[in-house]
Structure formats: structure tokens, C-alpha cells
Design a protein around this ligand. Structure first.
Ligand SMILES: Nc1nc(=O)c2c([nH]1)NC[C@@H]1CN(c3ccc(C(=O)N[C@@H](CCC(=O)O)C(=O)O)cc3)C=[N+]21
Length: 287
């Protein structure tokens, strides 16, 4: 192994300790940060994630509310719940766990969340704010990836070429915008890209966010490049694995993130950071 590991658990621990301090300070002033997590239906994977998020909130001293609903909840009922949370002064962040049951329109639900409480950064107003460099909440997964780059001294990517694999609204696109804001030259690749390997071989930073195993293999990586793996897949033995062929790429890359223990915990950490920020903004507005 030549690559250095970027340890998402260790970095999370550090960042969460800072959040805990800020939470304690704000709580002492009478304002405890609060996150509401809304889960509809019984997707078993979602149930695990949601429990992790609630636990993470408790660990940093937040108030947290888990609202669980049957898969039969109507869209109108869900929108009514969001309206109530938008108006609840004890709640500073609202997360509606995706995916939602098919009869509910994701987009409509996300747009119903107040942008002031959109700690997932999924609202169109949040995406737009990122695009034009205004204040808004950043999507947690790409935000966590930026923190990982920062942790290895790569907060500024001037002169670097970053290649993003994947163009989803929740990872690929906001990732590209954040890398651009950090002065990288950015290429977004996707299923319509003619020669992916030709692109990734030029990259100083590669972010793989497709949701498919072995999207990135060692032959596609420039020696010394930073490889960030956003993927969450199961291998044939049912074990969690990313989009990157870790064992191959770790021999070539300069830095690499593992799965598990990489981007996953950082996603939850940035959710806490965003919720903290949301509560601090409320406090600043009231002061
Ligand atoms: N509105 C919304 N916001 C989300 O942020 C959101 C969502 N919906 N729906 C589902 C995905 C998935 N997601 C994960 C976060 C952390 C880990 C994580 O911490 N994973 C651990 C391992 C967990 C395990 O062992 O299964 C790790 O990578 O080390 C995983 C997955 C957030 N999501």
C-alpha cells in the first residue's frame, strides 16, 4: 500500500467534538440545536441510517426528533408535517430520508422544506446558492468530501484537475460546484462519457459517485492522485463496498478513502455541522 488513508471516522470524531462545543455554548445561551428526521415506510437500510443520525445528534448534545410513518402516509399528510416542522422553533434542521414511497413526489417534499432548515442541502434554493456562491446549506456528502481534502492540505485546488464520476443532484453536481469553488479545474463524467479512463488518468483528484462496484480501477489512476469513494454497494459476500477497487487503487493513489469508514461517517458529520450552523443563524438573527 502506497496510498495514505483518509480516515473518515477519525476526521468525524474531531469535527463532531467541535460541533459538541458549539452546541454546548449555544445551549448555555438557551438555544439547543434541534434536528428532525422524517422516515416514511420500512426500507431496512433507511432505518439503520436514520438510527445512526439520531444517535449522532445525541452524542453532540442536539435535540433530535425521529418521526416515523407508515408507507401508506399520503403526500398531503407528509407536506403538513413538514409545514409543522418549518414552524417549530425547537427544530433547526429537517431531513426527510430518501427514497420516499413511490406515491410521494420527492421534489415536491424537498421544496416544501424551508431553505433555512434544509440541512441536507437538497432544496433548489440551496443548490442555487452553491452555484452562485451565496450563503446556503451545502449537500452533506460532497461537503464531507471537501473536508477530507482540506484535512490533507488540499483546501485550495488551484492548478489541480478534479474528475467527478457521476452527475446526481445530491452528489455529482454539487461536488463539481464545490471543487470549482475551491479553484479546481473540474470535469464531470457520466454514463455518456466516451473514454472514462482517459479522463481519470489526467486527474489529481477523483471522486467516484456512481453506485456501482469497480467503476474506478488501478489502471485508471495517475500515480499519487487523491481517490475519494462515495459509493455504497454490497459485494458478493454482502459486505459494504464502494465504487472504487480499493485494493488495486491503494497501490497507485497518493491518498484514498475507505468504505466503510470514509465518506459515510463524514456525511453524517456534515449534517451535524449544517444543523449547528442553522441554529447559530437563528441565534444571530435574534441577537
Ligand atoms: N435525505 C437524505 N439524506 C441523506 O444524507 C441520505 C438519505 N436521505 N438517504 C440515504 C443516504 C445514505 N446515507 C448514508 C450516510 C452515512 C452512511 C454511513 O455512515 N456509513 C458507514 C457504514 C454504515 C454501515 O455499516 O452500514 C460507513 O460508510 O462507514 C451511510 C449512508 C445518507 N443518505
Amino acid at each position: 500500500m502506497t496510498a495514505q488513508l483518509i480516515d473518515g471516522n477519525a476526521l468525524s470524531k474531531q469535527l463532531r467534538a467541535e460541533v459538541a462545543q458549539r452546541a454546548a455554548a449555544l445551549t448555555a445561551r438557551g438555544l439547543k440545536p434541534g434536528l428532525a428526521v422524517v422516515l416514511v415506510g420500512d426500507n431496512p437500510a433507511s432505518a439503520v441510517y436514520v438510527r445512526n443520525k439520531v444517535k449522532a445528534c445525541e452524542d453532540v448534545g442536539f435535540h433530535s426528533v425521529l418521526e416515523k410513518y407508515e408507507a401508506t402516509l399520503s403526500e398531503a399528510e407528509l407536506l403538513a408535517r413538514i409545514d409543522a416542522l418549518n414552524n417549530d422553533p425547537a427544530i433547526h434542521g429537517i431531513l426527510v430520508q430518501l427514497p420516499l414511497p413511490k406515491h410521494i413526489d420527492d421534489h415536491k417534499v424537498i421544496e416544501a422544506i424551508s431553505p433555512l432548515k434544509d440541512v441536507d442541502g437538497f432544496h433548489v434554493a440551496s443548490a442555487g446558492a452553491l452555484m452562485v456562491g451565496e450563503v446556503g446549506f451545502k449537500a452533506c456528502t460532497p461537503y464531507g468530501c471537501m473536508k477530507m481534502l482540506e484535512s490533507i492540505g488540499m483546501a485550495d485546488l488551484r492548478g489541480k484537475h478534479a474528475v467527478v464520476i457521476g452527475r446526481s443532484n445530491i452528489v455529482g453536481k454539487p461536488m463539481a460546484m464545490m471543487l470549482l469553488a475551491a479553484n479546481a479545474t473540474v470535469t464531470i463524467t457520466h454514463s455518456g462519457t466516451a473514454d472514462l479512463a482517459a479522463m481519470t488518468r489526467q486527474a489529481d483528484v477523483i471522486v467516484a459517485a456512481v453506485g456501482k462496484r469497480n467503476v474506478l480501477t488501478a489502471d485508471m489512476v495517475k500515480p499519487g492522485a487523491v481517490v475519494i469513494d462515495v459509493g455504497m454497494n454490497r459485494n458478493d459476500e454482502g459486505k459494504l463496498c464502494g465504487d472504487v477497487d480499493f485494493d488495486g487503487c491503494k497501490e497507485i493513489a497518493g491518498f484514498i478513502t475507505p468504505v466503510p469508514g470514509g465518506v459515510g461517517p463524514m456525511t453524517i458529520t456534515m449534517l451535524l455541522v449544517n444543523t449547528m450552523e442553522a441554529a447559530e443563524r437563528v441565534a444571530a438573527a435574534a441577537a
